[in-house]
Design a protein around this ligand. Structure first.
Ligand code: MF3
Ligand code: CO
Length: 257
């Protein structure tokens, strides 16, 4: 069953999404060569607390960090530690928070200092594919229209879509129906309706699609060691088109700390 949010739900959920976006932007701005991923996670924890929110990830299936920090060939679900970021690395940051009883979920990949041309193109294509997917989040369309738009653009650009992890409905729970694959499956696909809130999140590899999980039980890496990028927004389907909920923007004075 796909949960449809009413106006009261949305009033509570918008600030959660706004906090998730602010924390993502603050953590991205805090990145610099030499910083360790554990320092970044601790900074994220303090920003989340400062906004009066909680990490949606910490403790989820025993995940040990406040945000996901995935470097270079790491796709998603990286585990923070003593690794120092260096110039030219690309870092995927995934921030999910709980606020007002709702979850806001968003991600983006940023370069540390400069980066190579391939890395830059990978990040641009991944981000653009997210917006092309969001453009399809219209009442009357189906989930597969989002998936198709993302997959087509990524493959036209010579990159590959990760299949083992998918986007999802989001609301009071982090993972609600429907699943939102970033590729077309030969299955029936739910119709989109106003009031659906969706986390759309293409994960894109510069090389081949297959991924594996490291011995830490979490970190997902590309099988071929190629770079990977990840962009995500929480969006709302409305009669007048998609609304991006994970936008940095002040909704309330309450959100100002
Ligand atoms: N944005 C990811 C997701 O939607 C983050 C989950 S990380 C986890 O699945 F640790 F909480 F699993
Ligand atoms: Co997500």
């Amino acid at each position: 069953m796909i949960v449809i949010k009413n106006e009261r739900d949305l009033e509570a959920m918008r600030p959660a999404c706004s906090v998730a976006a602010m924390v993502l932007s603050e953590v991205a701005d805090f990145i610099q060569p030499g910083i360790t991923t554990i320092e970044l996670d601790e900074f994220a924890a303090s920003r989340i607390r400062q906004h009066g929110a909680k990490s949606a990830f910490l403790g989820y299936k025993k995940y040990p960090c406040h945000v996901c920090i995935s470097v270079n060939e790491q796709v998603v679900h990286g585990i923070a530690g003593p690794r120092q970021l260096k110039m030219g690395d690309i870092v995927s940051l995934d921030v999910g928070v709980i606020y007002n009883g709702f979850i806001g979920d968003n991600a983006r990949t940023v370069a540390v200092g400069g980066c190579g041309v391939l890395a830059q193109r990978l990040m641009e294509v991944t981000e653009r594919s997210l917006y092309l997917g969001i453009d399809q989040a219209l009442p009357g369309n189906r989930v597969v229209d989002i998936s198709r738009a993302i997959q087509t653009y990524i493959e036209e650009n010579g990159f590959s879509v990760v299949r083992e992890f998918v986007g999802h409905g989001v609301g009071r729970s982090m993972h609600e129906e429907p699943q939102i694959p970033n590729y077309v499956e030969g299955k029936s696909s739910p119709r989109l309706r106003p009031g659906m809130t969706l986390a759309i999140e293409p994960m894109v590899n510069a090389g081949k699609s297959p991924v594996k999980i490291l011995n830490d039980g979490w970190t997902v890496v590309t099988n071929d060691g190629s770079l990977s990028a990840h962009f995500e927004h929480t969006i709302l389907v409305t009669e007048s088109g998609p609304e991006i909920m994970t936008c940095v923007g002040k909704l309330h004075s309450k959100l100002m700390h």
